[in-house]
Design a protein around this ligand. Structure first.
Ligand code: NOJ
Length: 516
């Protein structure tokens, strides 16, 4: 009799515990913000409307349709140029606190310079900003998201140091026109991607294949452009509008895992892909990482080069770049295994300087392509790495997302978001100052070389419908609930709770019957 009672009591307590722990979801800190991200070329369309100039993506997709998986382009994309109100509806439905979007440089400066300012373009972005603010949503503007004005490409884009002046004039225009209302600015999106794949591997426009030379030149000019813009904001606009404005940069990286626990190799990988851009801005002493400079110099010597391919900034630039960001926009999608290089590379290249191989890991959840394994633990680890390296800097996750074919019941995306938010919470709990999460992306869009074959949206877009109808996905309903409750909700947790509850009641009833 007594043992029956004990069993009943024990199992009841156990089940109540399970129930409590599944309903005791983890909370996000008070000031943590939720938003979502997008970019001009990927969603706007209206490529030749109202005086917009050409960007390198217009020219690249029009001239090389074969380079895009489905031979598509961003001419119409999700047609947000005409349908921002529908995007706004999605933003409101989700309850987003921030919306990050980018300005198409050639839409406001058709030739990339001050010779012509396109008022229609300014009007378009003014209306977006005003509508967001009316809806109580904080606008965050990315100034450069891959779409360089073609006119600047004609004079060598990021390889020409005058890009520093052009970018400064462009950002001056944006601060001047929008800075009274916009307080969150990102100068460059995924600077490593811009330089490595635009000027090194030639995977992206302007398709310059000059690994180990032009990619470094681009990085150097891009960092200088960023710093000059930061200074401009602080000197000219910070006081003029108010002193809450923040200017940051968005850097992307993957974490590296080593099977043999080779921390030196992991570190090397991270320095070559992230430190090269992050340390000059966020490092206590600024400047390029030692390991990067040293290896490049050694290889320069071996190759008998007369000029260094990458040299440390002089003290004026070093000091200007150091500390030139109020926050780091960090973008994480996946990770890789890192291995020592199997056979020594010859000639000059970034790959030779970096000197490692990467692979996937069969234990990771595969994505739509091998590029997109889901590795949430990589996010936590890389956030810890950043914080250990650069101290207590503010980090906003300005992108993070999962690609699929566009399923509306997108359980994989729900799981991806949940797992990555958990990693963020873990990082926060161990002292990393992450202040926001803006997953990629609000709506399905043109995924660069993958065209429309990979979808990232919380909302689906029907690209075969001239109206580009938006439809809420399961992930949108999930994210909305997280934003509303500010808790990390487990997928299907409500089901688990009721199941546990029924089981508890059943066991109690059975127990009572057994003790009679
Ligand atoms: C990062 C880029 O910023 C964005 O434009 C792209 O669509 C996503 N990664 C997914 O590839």
């Amino acid at each position: 009799m007594k043992s029956h009672l004990e069993i009943i009591l024990l199992s009841t307590i156990l089940l109540i515990n399970v129930q409590l722990s599944s309903s005791n979801e983890r909370k996000f800190p008070k000031n943590f913000v939720f938003g979502s991200s997008s970019s001009a070329y990927q969603i706007e369309g209206g490529w030749n409307e109202d005086g917009r100039g050409l960007s390198i993506w217009d020219v690249y997709t029009h001239e090389n349709p074969n380079r895009i998986a489905d031979r598509s382009n961003g001419d119409i994309a999700a047609d947000s140029y005409h349908k921002f109100d529908e995007d706004l509806k999605a933003i409101k439905e989700l309850g987003l606190e921030y919306y990050r979007f980018s300005i198409s440089w050639p839409r406001v400066m058709p030739f990339g310079n001050n010779s012509l300012i396109n008022e229609k373009g300014i009007e378009y972005y003014n209306s977006i900003i005003n509508k967001l603010l009316n809806a109580n949503v904080t606008p965050m503007i990315t100034m450069y998201h891959f779409d360089l004005p073609e006119e600047l490409n004609k004079i060598e884009g990021f390889l020409n140091p005058s890009i520093i002046e052009y970018f400064k004039n462009y950002s001056d225009l944006l601060f001047d026109k929008f800075g009274d209302r916009v307080k969150h600015w990102v100068t460059f999106n995924e600077a490593f991607f811009v330089c490595r794949h635009g000027y090194g591997t030639a995977e992206f426009p302007p398709t310059i294949s000059d690994s180990g030379i032009s990619d470094y030149k681009c990085i150097d000019n891009l960092l200088k452009s960023h710093a000059v813009t930061y200074k401009l904001y602080k000197e000219k606009y910070f006081k003029k509008y108010d002193s809450n404005g923040k200017v940051g940069i968005a850097l992307n990286a993957r974490f590296f895992f080593s099977e043999t626990n080779d921390t030196e190799l992991v570190n090397r990988g991270l320095e070559f892909e992230l430190g090269i851009l992050a340390q000059p801005i966020f490092g206590q002493n600024g400047g390029y990482p030692e390991i990067v400079l040293k290896t490049i110099a050694e290889n320069d010597k071996k190759e008998g080069l007369e000029f260094p391919r990458l040299k440390q900034f002089d003290s004026t630039w070093l000091n200007l770049i150091k500390g030139s960001a109020d926050f780091l926009g960090f973008q994480y999608y996946s990770s890789r295994m890192i291995l020592p290089i199997s056979s020594e590379l010859t000639g000059i290249s970034f790959e030779k300087d970096a000197n490692y191989n990467i692979t996937g890991n069969p234990k990771w959840k595969p994505g739509i392509t091998s590029q997109w394994y889901s590795v949430p633990e990589g996010l936590e680890l890389i956030l810890k790495w950043i914080s250990k390296k650069y101290g207590d800097i503010e980090i906003m996750i300005t992108e993070n997302g999962w690609a699929d074919k566009g399923e509306l019941e997108d359980d994989s995306r729900v799981e991806f978001l949940r797992d990555h938010m958990e990693s963020i919470l873990n990082a926060i709990e161990s002292g990393v100052r992450v202040t926001g999460y803006l997953p990629w992306s609000l709506i399905d869009n043109f995924e660069w070389n993958a065209g429309y074959t990979q979808k990232f949206g919380l909302y689906g877009v029907d690209f075969s419908d001239p109206n580009r109808k938006r439809t809420q996905k399961k992930s949108a309903r999930y994210f909305k609930e997280v934003i509303k409750t500010r808790k990390l909700i487990n997928q299907g947790s409500t089901k688990n709770i009721s199941f546990t509850f029924i089981l508890t009641v059943l066991i109690i009833i059975l127990g009572i019957m057994a003790t009679r």
